[in-house]
Design a protein around this ligand. Structure first.
Ligand code: ADP
Ligand code: UDP
Length: 237
């Protein structure tokens, strides 16, 4: 399907219209950003790796009964997706403490969280995506209470599916961020699931295999993403 007008250029992906009003092209670029866009680099092959990684994960989620916007791969760096009316929220589940929760609550990295914890963040680059609670979401009308419940339910369902998938391949799913949108009135998983938006550690050595390699300047960023993919059985070429 042909790309038409570019609708949105985000920090790592671009979204295009197509000749079908209900379908968008999502282009995965090599741009990699962290710290609210303050650190930006081009990483060779990352667009291709993330596009194929995301396709693999979205298909696993569909197979587990979780509806997603993913339709199909269009080429190495592009996928066709259903047009969603995005909800301006990020849903984060954490199985192990890392990242912002450690800074915010003064807890050490690597604590098992039982039960896993859940956080909402408002998608707002200018404000640095602040954490918000369900009262904020309701008072400011960012999403209906029923949609909030569904986002939580689906985000935890994703956890059950993916925690096991990664564990079977020798990895710990530490945390991840999901974005949802509305499609014909239903809450549907949108955006992406790649090592750019989650934390994955080797089960035995706890080596970081995700975007923390970029954030922390650890090197071998795309190579690690590919290693995760290979362990799962993702085909990159
Ligand atoms: P950011 O906006 O955080 O820089 P990206 O570079 O990943 O993010 O850009 C992708 C944008 O596309 C995001 O704003 C995301 O909310 C939006 N998006 C993801 N999936 C869909 C979809 N199915 N329909 C419409 N918009 C989408
Ligand atoms: N995350 C993301 N996009 C964001 C913020 C967070 O994909 O804009 C992901 C991040 O990669 C991690 C999880 O959400 O897997 C939790 O992120 P955290 O709140 O710890 O923030 P960070 O310290 O990673 O900025």
């Amino acid at each position: 399907m042909e790309k038409r007008e570019e609708l949105y250029k985000g920090k790592a992906k671009s979204v295009y219209k197509t000749d079908d009003p209900n379908v968008y092209v999502m282009l995965y670029r090599n741009d990699t950003s962290a710290f609210d866009g303050k650190k930006v680099e081009q990483l060779d092959r990352k667009g291709m790796v993330n596009n194929k990684f995301n396709a693999f994960i979205m298909q696993k989620l569909e197979a587990a009964g979780i509806e997603t916007h993913f339709i199909k791969l269009q080429n190495d760096t592009e996928s066709l997706v259903r047009k969603l009316q995005m909800l301006p929220l990020e849903c984060v589940v954490r199985n192990i403490s890392a990242g912002s929760i450690c800074r915010r609550l003064g807890v050490q990295e690597g604590l098992d969280l039982n039960p896993p914890t859940f956080e909402f963040f408002l998608k707002n680059d200018a404000l640095g995506d602040p954490m918000v609670n369900e009262y904020h979401i309701r008072s400011f009308g960012w999403a209906d209470p029923a949609h909030v419940e569904r986002m939580k339910e689906l985000t935890f369902k994703v956890n059950e599916v993916l925690k096991q998938l990664f564990l079977d391949a020798g990895m710990l799913l530490v945390d991840y961020k999901l974005e949802f949108g509305l499609y014909e009135g239903r809450v549907m998983l949108g955006d992406e699931f790649t090592p750019d938006g989650c934390r994955l550690w080797d089960k035995d050595t706890r080596k970081k295999l995700d975007k923390d390699r970029f954030r922390q300047g650890l090197g071998s960023v795309v190579e690690s993403y590919e290693e995760v993919g290979h362990r799962l059985g993702v085909k990159f070429d």
